[in-house]
Design a binder for this molecule. Structure first.
Ligand SMILES: *Cc1c(COP(=O)(O)O)cnc(C)c1O
Length: 432
């Protein structure tokens, strides 16, 4: 991949300019590469499994736009569908046939989903799903897990540290204490901690939300019985169980993590893949709960661009491609090859390392395992990760710029891409 030396002059110049124009030079914090102590590269274009930056460097990339580009960037069928849709207008603020088609696909894919409401982002999806859980139950408290990310709504920005969480202190200035006071937290994979919360608040918890497979603390895998236990506890306490599948939906299987693990939540949040690379989110689930949403019911939620025709078009085509035979087997095979290769390379080089993976989501943690929860993940050697990240970037491999993010595989990757990546990792890891 590195045909000429790694160049960054243009990215460096654009980043300097961007920092004068936008806070931190970016429109979403992780993109700034701050946590790996370097500067971002500016992207010029993307195709298949590759990104090209403004200095002409090409990268094999494992971020997939943080999930959506699962069929590969600029997939010819998605591009062609968009090209056909574009001249019909970009937005109407009125119902379209496309929304029915997309809703039908989501309902057919996920057994627990009977109705769906489209929004514009994952943040809107989780925020609305929790409002709905509160409206449905008439309760206020919610439970979330340390290290799970559900977008940036006030009530969900609760510090992972337990002492701070107990005090209901917000994670960010600007978040009123009153909005997080009703947010209870537990460590992921810790059913006893959730039981204790329910013992304390037996009939006050409106909703329990989690990433069934976590991507936002790095990849964390649910242990046997954890999701089942949450299903039982929430059912027993009349609490709405919400799977935030914004990342895992249509990635871990066509029916998401819930189909893979055989658990039916009451509500499901979606985003990322269902927009095929355009801005979309959705919350969906049981008909009796969804019918609380306006105008069918009294819970208000709206969106000027919701159900946008271009986003629906890209989403429909992406799901159509994913539904073809063999896609998830292919993703599994490629992801196993990469995750196993990276872990072996790290161990060969004598580093403490743990590989977590479910389907096409994976993380190489620079720590002795097991990594079962956020506290375990935080024991990783972040300095080492930063140097690993930089070394890979310089060799034409674009990884998420944080130890606490998952890696993603797409259908556009090839065995050659993966073998190149593992070979590059071997070189970089040997020099760390
Ligand atoms: C990305 C993500 C979100 C937030 O989605 P946005 O579209 O960035 O608002 C919420 N939940 C999970 C699990 C995510 O991965």
């Amino acid at each position: 991949m590195v045909t000429s030396a790694f160049q960054t002059a243009q990215s460096h110049r654009l980043f300097a300019e961007a920092q004068q124009l936008m806070p931190g030079g970016v429109n979403s914090p992780v993109r700034a590469f701050k946590s790996v102590g370097s500067e971002p590269v500016f992207i010029e274009r993307a195709e298949g499994a590759y990104l090209w930056d403004v200095d002409g460097n090409r990268y094999i990339e494992y971020i997939n736009t943080w999930g959506p580009s699962i069929v590969g960037h600029s997939h010819p069928e998605v591009v062609s569908a968009l090209r056909e849709a574009l001249p019909k207008g970009t937005s109407y603020g009125a119902p379209t046939r496309l929304e029915n088609q997309m809703a039908r696909r989501v309902i057919d894919a996920i057994p627990a989903v009977e109705m769906v409401r489209f929004v514009n982002s994952g943040t809107e999806a989780t925020m609305s799903a929790l409002r709905l859980a509160r409206a449905f139950t008439g309760r206020e408290k919610i439970i979330k897990f340390e290290g799970c990310y559900h977008g940036h709504a006030d009530m969900l920005l609760v510090q992972a540290g337990s002492g701070v969480a107990t005090l209901g202190l917000p994670d960010s200035p600007g978040v009123p204490k009153s909005t997080t006071a009703a947010t209870l937290t537990a460590p992921y994979n810790d059913l006893a901690a959730v039981e204790a919360l329910f013992k304390q608040h037996p009939s006050d918890v409106a909703g329990l939300i989690l990433e069934p497979v976590v991507g936002n603390a790095g990849c964390l895998v649910p242990e046997i019985g954890f999701l089942e236990g949450l299903r039982d506890l929430t059912r027993a306490h009349g609490t709405v169980l919400i799977f935030d599948e914004v990342m895992s939906g249509f990635r871990l299987s066509y029916g998401g993590a819930q189909a893979r693990y055989g658990i039916e939540p009451d509500l499901t949040c979606l985003g990322k893949i269902i927009g095929g690379g355009l801005p979309v989110g959705a919350y969906a689930g049981r008909r009796d709960i969804m019918e609380m949403v306006a105008p069918a019911g009294p819970m208000y939620q709206a969106g000027t661009l919701s159900g946008n025709p271009l986003a629906m078009t890209a989403g429909i085509k992406t799901l159509e491609i994913l539904q073809r035979p063999g896609t998830y087997e292919r993703l599994e095979e490629l992801s196993a090859r990469l995750a196993d290769g990276l872990l072996a390379a790290a161990r060969e080089a004598g580093h403490a390392a743990t590989g977590n993976r479910v389907g096409a989501m994976f993380t190489l943690f620079f720590t002795e395992g097991p990594v079962r929860n956020f506290a375990d993940a935080k024991r990783s050697d972040l300095q080492k990760f930063a140097r690993f990240h930089r070394g890979m970037l310089e060799r034409g491999v674009y990884l998420a710029p944080s130890q606490f993010e998952a890696g993603f595989m797409s259908l556009a990757h090839t065995e050659e891409d993966i073998d190149y990546t593992v070979a590059a990792a071997r070189t970089v890891l040997a020099a760390l």
